[in-house]
Design a protein around this ligand. Structure first.
Ligand code: GMT
Length: 378
């Protein structure tokens, strides 16, 4: 099959997932075309069946906002025609499903019908899409897709509650390539960052308010009072400065390392003992799953789709949003002795296998096949 993938090419979970999906589809013999405004960060290798097509948005000074959807829909039309793409898989209802619908309509005028598969990731539904200014367009985009998937059962339920959806939403959970995480890195330089006696705690995100970065610092503050530990903060975003200031206030700057964005998260996870994800909400929590696959237990909030990933008492512990004391106590419970830590490490890794790429990607292939057969002609 020839599959066009549209996503946000940044460090966000949806972009990572879309990229890994495209790469796995290409390994399975499909021809994959990424159509985005820049090369996805995890797309390191292009090959004979992995292509990247850049969407250019010409700057025009008269426009306060450059019309990205317009440029994307034109590009989709061109790419479908030139490369004979069979199906378009768009990640995010807005603006991607919206632009894809316009492309589909333009292509129909030329006698080409291409099905659109839309995957909802969360931010497009819970944080942005449900805003009254966008809601009408999001509802339309969902209902006009040939197939709609969501990354968790919780996200499906939230979507059905917030939007007047007429479309069936199929749950296809996020995945990871277990084999990729099941390796012991020789260049995993734990010694450079922590003493052998210190526990290494990690947080990975885009440091947006929804991640509750201050909670991460406060939980760590409580942990390091009880046992020797270091905190690795991986990522960039609006809350980083405040987090650094909070570390100074608590006088723990020497125990917290801000690493910025990294394409080597797997290497950082390989020397981590615990992962913190106290988010306000997460449709899934791909970062937590990546940690679990590396054998790192997770202390998280119990909101959104996180309970479908992090299993209480097995891969870690879950608490209500903002329950910093409880999260710190649970972290200490896991970290206090090697036997308990190893039990949770094994529990985390075992739980992650449910989301192995080889188990999940066939669901997407089946959805493409079905969409191709039942493509809505508009
Ligand atoms: O929240 C982020 O870090 C980025 C965001 C995105 O849109 O890329 O992540 C969303 O999609 C991920 C992949 O499906 C999910 O694992 C995240 O839980 C989800 N974020 C939210 O729901 C807040």
């Amino acid at each position: 099959m020839k599959i066009g993938i549209v996503c946000y090419p940044t460090f966000g979970g949806s972009g990572v997932l879309a990229t890994e999906l495209g790469l796995e589809l290409s390994r399975k013999g499909h021809e994959v075309h990424f159509i985005t405004y820049s090369q996805p960060v995890r797309l390191e290798l292009l090959s004979s069946n992995v292509h990247f097509h850049e969407v250019n948005v010409p700057e025009y000074p008269l426009f306060h906002y450059q019309p990205y959807e317009l440029a994307l829909s034109s590009k989709l039309v061109d790419m479908v025609k030139v490369h004979k793409i069979d199906v378009l898989h768009v990640h995010y209802a807005i603006p991607h499903a919206y632009a894809a619908y316009m492309a589909k309509k333009m292509l129909h005028e030329e006698g080409i019908d291409v099905p659109i598969v839309t995957t909802l990731h969360g931010t497009d539904i819970t944080l942005v899409g449900s805003h009254p200014f966008y809601k009408t367009a999001v509802t339309f985009s969902i209902n006009k897709s040939d197939a709609v998937t969501s990354v968790s059962q919780n996200l499906k339920e939230v979507t059905q509650r917030l939007f007047d959806t007429k479309k069936e939403i199929k749950v296809v959970p996020n995945f990871i390539d277990i084999d990729k995480y099941n390796v012991t890195y020789k260049d995993c330089d734990r010694d450079l960052l922590a003493l052998p006696t210190e526990r290494v705690i990690t947080h990975v995100s885009n440091f947006r308010p929804v991640k509750r970065i201050a909670d991460v610092i406060e939980i760590f503050y409580k942990i390091q009072k009880e046992l020797p530990a270091k905190l690795m903060m991986v990522g960039e975003g609006p809350e980083r400065k405040e987090a650094e200031q909070l570390c100074e206030t608590y006088k723990i700057e020497d125990k917290v390392v801000f690493l910025g964005n990294s394409s080597e998260v797997d290497k950082i996870l390989c020397f981590s003992d615990l992962f913190l994800l106290p988010s306000q909400t997460e449709s899934f929590g791909l970062a937590a799953l990546e940690a679990m696959a590396s054998g790192v237990p997770v202390i998280s909030s119990n909101s959104g789709g996180i309970p479908e990933v992090n299993i209480e008492g097995v891969s870690g512990f879950l608490s209500p949003v903002g329950a910093i004391d409880e999260m710190a106590q649970n972290a200490i419970k896991i970290l206090k002795d090697d036997t308990t830590l190893n039990t949770f490490k094994k529990g985390a890794q075992a739980t992650s296998t449910k989301f192995d790429i080889h188990k999940i990607v066939p669901f997407y292939e089946a959805i493409y096949e079905e969409a191709l057969q039942n493509c809505i002609s508009i």
